[in-house]
Design a protein around this ligand. Sequence first.
Ligand code: ADP
Ligand code: MG
Length: 362
Amino acid sequence: MSSVQLTNITKKFKDVTAVEDLNLTINEGEFFTFLGPSGCGKTTTLRMIAGFYYPTAGTITFNDRDMTKVPPEKRNTGMVFQNYALFPHMSVFENVAFGLKVRKLNKSDIKRKVMDVLEKVRLEQYYDRQVSQLSGGQQQRVALARALVIEPDILLLDEPLSNLDARLRDQMRTEILRLQRDFGITTIYVTHDQVEALTMSDRIAVFNMGKCQQVGTPLDIYNNPVNDFVAQFIGETNLFPVEPEITDEQIKVYKLKDSNFKIHAKHKKSEISDDKHSGLYMSIRPEAVRLKNEKMEGNNVVEGVIEIVQFTGASVHFFVRVDKSITVRITRLNKGPHTYFNEGDKVFVQLPEEHIRIVPKA
Ligand code: ADP
Ligand code: MG
């Protein structure tokens, strides 16, 4: 097991800056995720950790050992590529044994290690099957076995589930977590899928345009996004541009842009400094918004009309028009008939102060 430290890492490809001044520490045994949209520098960062690319600037250390310019075969990392990169005409056994043969282990050790890891990924009956004859999910598990068999200090996974259908993806999420816990291995997982990131990770680094926006636990990132990008990329949210109206030590009143709706929001003064940013947003999660057919007590209440109702089974989404240009999204657990409203119903919406986050533009 290893910890990984990235210090002031920048990677340029000619005039494209793929990664800019990245600082991250990944702890021993941690399940750490790089999350962000396509092209934000996730794969480039992972490849620098594996040694396939060297950074343009900055240093990479494993357990305080400088690895910045160490070639990949001397790093003891196991990598699973997005397209698996298996040898299709070789057997499962030969694919998994490949790394051990390169390391010149003897035949009986190879056999024991390969069969052990195939058992861990539940493929032991398939050891002599040709890889091209396996399903996508099985190929995925061969790729995992091949990465794990060399007993790497760090497991690197680049969008490993993106080629699988939804149900299998869900199943493999649990499978990968089980393996990671079982091996206790430091794991870096790359994905553009926020649900994968939230459900699997100990901590997440959110990337956008080559820069790390925020690092934290799933709960932390979901509840306390640092800017509008993180707020809208992770989970569903109601994100509205706001302008400060009244300023006080603790409580501020903001006006939603292009409307007369004024909201009270609390925040620590240190979190936002009004003179530094070019724009402010309020963010509130759909499950935190209150919805009733009569006026509620307290601040941040507004009248509206239900425009759309979406029933998903476990929950119901309501889209409530509260102003010419503002639609509030509200999610409620399905707790029976009293949960529901109908399209066209007149309702009241409350945005509770304690759930509002005022965030700057990224
Ligand atoms: P992600 O994995 O988050 O989708 P990448 O790390 O693959 O993003 O890419 C980040 C940026 O660097 C993109 O603009 C991409 O086009 C560019 N890039 C990545 N690899 C190369 C390369 N080998 N040569 C030139 N540009 C690259
Ligand atoms: Mg990628």
